[in-house]
Design a protein around this ligand. Sequence first.
Ligand SMILES: Nc1nc2c(ncn2[C@@H]2O[C@H](COP(=O)(O)OP(=O)(O)OP(=O)(O)O)[C@@H](O)[C@H]2O)c(=O)[nH]1
Ligand SMILES: [Mg+2]
Length: 486
Amino acid sequence: MEPMSLTTVLDRTRIAMSEIADYAGALGNPALRLGVTGLSRAGKTVFITALVHNIVHGGRLALFDPAAEGRIRRAFLEPQPDDTVPRFAYEDHVEALIGEDRRWPESTHRMSQMRLTLDYEPEGFVARNIGSGRLSIDIVDYPGEWLLDLPLMTRSYEEWSRTMLEASRSARCAPLARDWHRHLATLRPKEPAPETDAVKDAELFRAYLSACRDAGASFSALPPGRFLMPGDLAGSPLLTFAPLPVPEGETAPKGSLWAMMARRYDAYVRHVVRPFFRDHFARLDRQIVLVDALTALNAGPEALQDLGRALGDVLSCFRHGPASWAASLTGRRIDRILFAATKADRLHHTSHDRLETITRAMIETALERAEFAGSAVEVMALAAIRATRETTVRQNGDALPCIVGVPEAGETIGGETFDGSREMAIFPGDLPDDPQAALAGAARDTVHFVRFRPPWFEAAGPGDGASFPHIRLDRALNFLLADRLA
Ligand SMILES: Nc1nc2c(ncn2[C@@H]2O[C@H](COP(=O)(O)OP(=O)(O)OP(=O)(O)O)[C@@H](O)[C@H]2O)c(=O)[nH]1
Ligand SMILES: [Mg+2]
């Protein structure tokens, strides 16, 4: 860890100030900050949309006690607490999902925030006579790519360069890194270099990162996140840096290309990554980590290891990063964390237990590295929006547990390509019994998942009990929220 800098001290002060603001708000209206954490395409935006829609519209939430007991009197969206962050485009996402052509929301390009407020009846006779309670839940949505930046807070430019270069030489990434590597070979890091060299290096590095992402080659090889999703930093000089092959145990000569890149890397961490962490992760009360384990299972053992590594890197920040001092300063820490394997509706429910076991095995190392001492941890398989139903198909005397849904246009099974308009019964296969075998890649040959279009859903008014179908969204909400609505 670097010695505490002035910015760190300023960060502390700012967190302390915003804590005071939170407390001021809390006097009349307690707020709970729910962190919805997940790498890109894990299902964050869909989860937040389904959570709000189900609570506001009184959807089927039999396992979410306050809802099942009829204690939620009113649920509504309030202006979000931070004026500098745009509001989560909840209505647009719902519109996409239930509109004529039923689309999933677009990949997220910038940060947004939302406050959901619940008026509830407290549990028990005495409490009920005292009156009603109110809880606000603050949720932030952001591009998953940005999450991969958090580990940069504890890495020097030199360490980061080595990790990135090593990843770029892996079998999956090397073919995509050719142009960038060729340019790297022409650079002399220890000597002064014109700005154009740095610009070209950063451009080729960015091209390599986006090729990696498009090929689904790797998560852990991807940071810095703003290179792929610049948000309002598009074209900013903060993004003109790239890894260099630098020798271990030496320091950057003054005025060298190496020194220039290191300075820019530090500026990126200071001006982009730290504020992102400080403003959105250092003050969380509860956290749900969404993991798209199915896509990785389908892609094979490297993808699974890579996903586990990337999650471990991210989660370890909650110990090594400013979180620890934030917690010691504010007394606030994450006391419940839920790991959710998303999109479980792509599997028959008879495989859900296995999906949970595999997910638990995958995050085990991540859990060891991250410090969650004293927090309650749970793992479950869920679908925020269930796009399939189940059926049994008889084939050659066997009963196959199948799922029925409309595969997205372009999805293929057994040589057949779907056009996105027909409903199909699909046998996705069985997950292996043994989680270690699954992590070693055994599922690649036994299961095949397709992407489905969102389910048919009659647009309905608030409070009429109609919302998106889901799998265990209510159990997740119960774990994350119910005790605060008691
Ligand atoms: N079947 C099914 N598919 C889902 C579900 N949730 C998400 N998906 C699929 O996963 C994709 C990504 O979901 P998003 O919610 O956009 O993911 P995200 O984490 O917000 O991704 P970024 O914004 O790119 O970071 C969607 O477009 C759907 O195809 C689910 O509950 N069921
Ligand atoms: Mg999103």
